[in-house]
Design a binder for this molecule. Structure first.
Ligand code: NAD
Ligand code: TDX
Length: 343
């Protein structure tokens, strides 16, 4: 299996490439990544060593922008891919509130450029990684299904919904074989410390205040990243063309509950929790009905929240140097600007 994986130096993409080399004998992977602030080639150091040019040659990294049609065409001219898995995106809701424009360029135009290149190269399958956020916000009851109307509330989720519609258009118009996966909140190794769980781990470890938005009662359905990777691979290998598959973790938690779990694991006091001004347009609750993926793909999450958060906290504690290294100048600048104005 010869794959083009985009955004492979980010959180989920890196976990997926590790998963591929562990579970898919003989696979070959080209990882196309722009290396934004969120992309870190160190996330794939062991893959590079074993499978890069000085290893068995099954892994190749290309630094490029998915929205750069010429660079993307060059990659497709050099390789024949069986499939494309598109993880590349601007992924942080708060950054999209600060400045929506890179979200449109990468998430919408980038997806269209990739779709076009894959179509022209007659690639067998295109897997587009999307999110539960395209469905908007739930009240206290019910779950999102694949037929829930799209109602995105942030510039991030609007850009993801736009890309999903572009994928749909390529299926309907050109008969392309594409599949969309929509997943709930991921957590686990290599997640950038702007997202709730690694951010709170980092701050709690240092005994710093933990900025929880609003009343802390917003609910997310947490899935351990390894389970999401398995879901993506099932969608790639067994999914039906033109289908959308939801994935979730069956683990609905309020943000306060998540933060308290992290504090308890680190033996830190709950007095570190600081309620700050709410995120504008903050979705109240997400929950995923993934019965279609269960039925058609045999998907079920293997990690419950207690096991997943335990493994995650252990990983961050053992990889303190990774955490410190990714907090670069650009990271510090955004954090100061965003949180400086909130507390
Ligand atoms: P991330 O921000 O950790 O990583 C994104 C990666 O994409 C980085 O390596 C970055 O360098 C790369 N990238 C960004 N712009 C690019 C461009 N123009 N060209 C090429 N590469 C580019 O994101 P993540 O959390 O790993 O999310 C991956 C995908 O999964 C995204 O599409 C996101 O919308 C989706 N998703 C994420 C979650 C979650 O909880 N993190 C949940 C559901 C869906
Ligand atoms: O400092 C914070 N304080 C806080 O209360 C941060 C960063 C977050 N939060 C809250 C906002 C959300 O209710 O925690 C919850 C989770 O926030 P994020 O980690 O920013 O994730 P979310 O906005 O839910 O989006 C994530 O899941 C869906 C990913 O970032 C998206 O890429 C994915 O599509």
């Amino acid at each position: 299996m010869r794959l083009l994986v985009t955004g492979g130096c980010g959180f989920i993409g890196a976990n997926y490439i590790h998963y591929l080399f562990e579970t898919e004998p003989g696979c070959e992977v080209v990882n196309l990544d722009k290396l934004t602030y969120a992309g870190n080639p160190l996330n794939l150091r062991s893959v590079e060593e074993r499978h890069g040019a000085s290893g068995d040659g099954r892994y190749r990294f290309v630094r490029a922008d998915i929205a750069d049609a010429r660079a993307v065409a060059d990659v497709f001219a050099e390789h024949r891919f069986d499939a494309v898995v598109n993880f590349a995106a601007e992924s942080h809701v708060d950054r999209s509130i600060d400045d929506p424009s890179p979200f449109v360029t990468t998430n919408v135009l980038g997806a269209q450029v990739l779709l076009d290149a894959a179509r022209k190269a007659s690639v067998g399958r295109f897997v587009h990684i999307s999110t539960d956020e395209v469905y908007g916000s739930l009240g206290p009851e019910g779950k999102f299904t694949e037929t829930t109307p799209l109602a995105p509330n942030s510039p991030y989720s609007a850009s993801k919904a736009a890309a999903d519609l572009m994928v749909r258009a390529y299926v309907q118009t050109y008969g392309m074989d594409a599949v969309i996966t929509r997943c709930s909140n991921n957590y686990g190794p290599y997640q950038f410390p702007e997202k709730l769980i690694p951010l709170m781990f980092d701050r709690a470890s240092a005994g710093e205040p933990l900025p929880v938005y609003g009343d802390g009662g917003n609910v997310r359905d947490w899935i351990y990243v390894r389970d999401h990777c398995r879901g993506v691979h099932l969608a790639l290998t067994r999914g039906a063309a033109g289908t959308v598959y939801n994935f979730g973790g069956n683990a609905e938690k309020t943000n306060l509950a998540v933060v308290r779990t992290i504090l308890a694991a680190l033996g830190k006091p709950e007095s570190l929790i600081t309620l700050v001004a709410d995120r504008p347009g903050h979705d109240r609750r997400y929950a995923m009905d993934f019965s279609l993926a269960a039925r058609e793909l045999g998907f079920a999450p293997e990690f419950d929240f207690a096991r997943g958060i335990g493994a995650t906290i252990e990983w961050y504690a053992a990889n303190r140097a990774w955490l410190d290294a990714v907090k670069s100048g650009e990271y510090l600048k955004f954090m100061e600007q965003w949180y400086g104005g909130r507390a």
